[in-house]
Design a binder for this molecule. Sequence first.
Ligand SMILES: NC(=O)c1ccc[n+]([C@@H]2O[C@H](COP(=O)([O-])OP(=O)(O)OC[C@H]3O[C@@H](n4cnc5c(N)ncnc54)[C@H](OP(=O)(O)O)[C@@H]3O)[C@@H](O)[C@H]2O)c1
Length: 331
Amino acid sequence: MMKAVMWTAYGGPDVLELREMPKPAPKAGEVLIRVCAATVTLGDCEVRSMTLPMWVRVPLQLYMGIDKPRRTVILGQELAGEVEAVGEGVTRFKAGDAVFAAAATAFRFGAYAEYACLPASFLVMKPARMGNAEAATIPTAGINALHFVRAANIARGQTLLINGAGGGIGTYAVQIARSLGAEVTAVDSAAKLAMLRSIGADHVIDYAREDFTQNGETYDAIMDVVGKSSFSQSIRCLKTNGRYVLCNPSLSGMLRGQWVSMTTERKVISRQVTYAPEAYAVLVGMMEAGVLKPVMDRSYPLAQVAEAHRYVEAGHKQGNVVIVVARSTDG
Ligand SMILES: NC(=O)c1ccc[n+]([C@@H]2O[C@H](COP(=O)([O-])OP(=O)(O)OC[C@H]3O[C@@H](n4cnc5c(N)ncnc54)[C@H](OP(=O)(O)O)[C@@H]3O)[C@@H](O)[C@H]2O)c1
């Protein structure tokens, strides 16, 4: 048996319940992982409560269940841990290997548990020097940040504004963009601005005191992580050939974006993330080289996942919040 946090209904953090359930066994092509760390992202909270843009919510509810999850689901989208056993046909991993993964791929979830089974193709080897908590933040925050910074297509010396820079995706994006030589303006709430400067932001804006679309500045690219900037006003803040990257796009934003891209010199980009092995390798390389360091906020034990969701949902999180499930056997 194992402990796991079940998602019993769509709603507030209290729909997450710690329960005993059977330990899973790996099928052919799968790996059984003893989970050491998982994360709580804003995306997890949005999925739990189904407060998602309609174009994401409708297909997800058709798949998961209209009124509530129709089967027992363990939430949690990313994890790091140790291989406990491998299923038939798995040769790339063996018991004892340290790995991390995006359990979100194909809506599998399952990270808020002592054990999880995932296809071997989802897993990446974790370098020994990297902690489990740090590794667990890479699949969602790191991969999304790399994907959207690349989509912004910034050359050395160009200007990039990141809206919602103080969270999981944004704190990775600031560091990746700086490593590419961009001049970065980070927009977030006042309490996060000192941290954003400390990870390399050249300029910071408190969104509660200043609307970045009204101060007369223009940028080579704007990356809206949090999906709260005004579409038309943001477009006006782009230089000629500027790019507006929508990480959290509404349906109307995507449609208006296509029209702007077709009819003007500016480009609006909202393409979906893929979890390519090359992207993991780039992020691991940057972390090993010391160019990239995940920003870590609080950690919680598995029994307090609901509390961690409450904290993340309240919007105070700086960077990443981690669930510490177990220690790795090497300490
Ligand atoms: N497209 C994709 O494939 C994809 C993948 C993963 C996630 N996402 C989405 O991307 C969004 C961000 O994810 P995340 O994990 O980075 O979230 P996060 O860690 O909560 O970060 C969001 C940041 O935005 C700030 N913020 C809130 N309102 C703002 C405003 N009006 N202006 C500027 N900043 C504001 C928040 O600070 P305060 O709360 O202090 O205001 C917070 O620091 C989520 O909605 C998630 O669902 C999209």
